[in-house]
Design a protein around this ligand. Structure first.
Ligand SMILES: N[C@@H](CCC(=O)N[C@@H](CS)C(=O)NCC(=O)O)C(=O)O
Length: 210
């Protein structure tokens, strides 16, 4: 399985999913600065010119959260991909919610922080997005009333896909502490060895590029 993209991009989500399943995978790095994601070789894999993309045999696909659903269904049965239509549907629900509802808000905040100097940031944009994030985080809190994870007692791709988007909120300085169950859930997700290993890969890539 080949994951195309810089490990500091959303490709890290897919590396995390692959780590969780123990599947052999290779990250094929693409350099943003050289616009390798816009080069013909990569456009042949993902015509959108965005990282990540996945190639696994004759499966060629894009969209990081959908790639994680593929990895979960193909290599993570009984772990990332739970048994039973009800929990599987919940994995789809949380993944679509993470991409459609949470990501625009979370990435909006991260973009403001990541790509602008402190003096250039628009605090009203950050505040507005923080207000929009609150009811979304509250939805996670409500779901966690029935278990430690989003599909009950075990970590699944629902948690992986939701927490990797919550990560953008956290990295933008959004505090989860007013929602202790969400805070504990996020800490449990990101303490997993697979996440930690990918964080180490990210840190090494950032150091190498400096
Ligand atoms: N919804 C897509 C977003 C992909 C995306 O925007 N990737 C960024 C890197 S994390 C990218 O390639 N940006 C370059 C561009 O949009 O030209 C996904 O989840 O895979």
């Amino acid at each position: 399985m080949k994951i195309y993209g810089s490990i500091v991009s959303r490709a890290s989500r897919n590396a995390w999913a692959a780590e969780e399943t123990g599947t052999d995978y290779e990250v094929v790095p693409l350099d943003f600065r050289k616009a390798e994601h816009k080069a013909p070789a990569f456009l042949a894999i993902n015509p959108a010119g965005k990282m990540p993309a996945l190639v696994d045999g004759d499966v060629v696909m894009s969209e990081s959260l959908a790639i994680n659903l593929y990895i979960a269904q193909t290599y993570g049965k009984g772990s990332l991909w739970p048994a039973g239509a009800k929990d599987q549907a919940r994995c789809l629900q949380w993944s679509m919610w993470a991409g459609a509802e949470l990501e625009p808000v979370a990435y909006g905040r991260l973009r403001e922080v990541l790509f602008k100097k402190e003096s250039e940031r628009d605090q009203s944009v950050l505040d507005d997005l923080a207000e929009k994030a609150k009811p979304l985080v509250e939805l996670i809190a409500q779901a966690l009333k029935s278990g430690q994870f989003l599909c009950g007692g075990a970590f699944t791709v629902a948690d992986l896909n939701a927490s990797c988007v919550v990560e953008y909120l956290v990295r933008s300085g959004f505090e989860l502490s007013p929602w202790p169950a969400v805070d504990a859930w996020y800490k449990a997700c990101t303490a997993r060895p697979g996440y930690q290993k990918v964080q180490d890969m990210r840190a090494a890539a950032i150091k190498a590029a400096a």
